[in-house]
Design a protein around this ligand. Structure first.
Ligand SMILES: C[S@@+](CC[C@H](N)C(=O)[O-])C[C@H]1O[C@@H](n2cnc3c(N)ncnc32)[C@H](O)[C@@H]1O
Length: 220
């Protein structure tokens, strides 16, 4: 796997760019803004208001930004969260140390713990946040654990069409508890038709700055 290039996005936060795919890990309009809007506000806050347990699965752990923001949210709201993230190509320490997502000493320690956590087993990052990172392709993932919320943060359908097709989305549907929620920054028509055909109830919500729409899908 090539080394990604670090790029600045419009809100001042960094992202990674892969030349081979001509794709960034986040919106160029703002990496942190996008993550906060799509995954934390429209995903986590929404689910937390209607369930007591919060188990999250993330497709595409990448820079660990969503995990860090979730750990911060858990601390702030004093809610226990269990988080499983899958990643096929973990980024190197040299890269993640340059992302500067954490503000201040305690967040920096938390981000380091998240990024250095051993793969394949749950680790307690804080009393409110436990994390398991899985180094594997989503296509081969076979886990029994059920979750309440899925952060679907794959590369876009333009570069990774397969991941947005029925087999992977069906796997996501199977991992969700009844009433569970799937959120993504994507609002592509084919993906929405795929989600509908699996029985999800869809909401097309305003996207983060610079993006018109995003999708939230609830399992009945
Ligand atoms: C849009 S980026 C991730 C963004 C990430 N959530 C973040 O905040 O940095 C998509 C991620 O999915 C990973 N990925 C791509 N194909 C995958 C696969 N088949 N299985 C698991 N992860 C995959 C990529 O390596 C990349 O880290």
């Amino acid at each position: 796997m090539e080394n990604p290039e670090i790029r600045l996005t419009a809100d001042g936060s960094k992202t990674l760019y892969l030349q081979s795919l001509d794709e960034t890990y986040h919106s160029s309009h703002g990496a942190i803004q996008e993550a906060l809007h799509v995954f934390i506000e429209q995903g986590l806050s929404y689910v937390a208001a209607k369930t007591t347990s919060i188990a999250i699965f993330e497709m595409g752990f990448g820079t660990g930004l969503n995990a860090l923001l979730t750990a911060q949210w858990a601390e702030k709201h004093q809610r226990k969260i269990s988080y499983v993230g899958i990643e096929l190509h973990p980024i190197s320490e040299d890269i993640w140390r340059q992302m500067d997502y954490a503000q201040g000493k305690s967040e920096s320690e938390s981000y380091s713990e998240i990024m250095s956590a051993e793969w394949g087993k749950f680790q307690e990052i804080s009393p409110f946040f436990q994390l398991k990172k899985i180094e594997q392709t989503i296509y081969e993932l076979d886990i029994e654990e059920k979750v309440d919320l899925i952060f679907f943060d794959a590369f876009g359908p333009r570069v990774q069409a397969d991941i947005w097709n029925l087999p992977v989305l069906k796997k996501m549907h199977g991992m969700l508890n009844p009433g569970g929620v799937f959120v993504t920054y994507c609002a592509q028509g084919q993906m929405k038709r795929n989600l509908k055909s699996l029985g999800f109830t869809l909401e097309v919500l305003p996207g983060p700055p610079g993006k018109r729409e995003m999708t939230r899908a609830t399992k009945s």
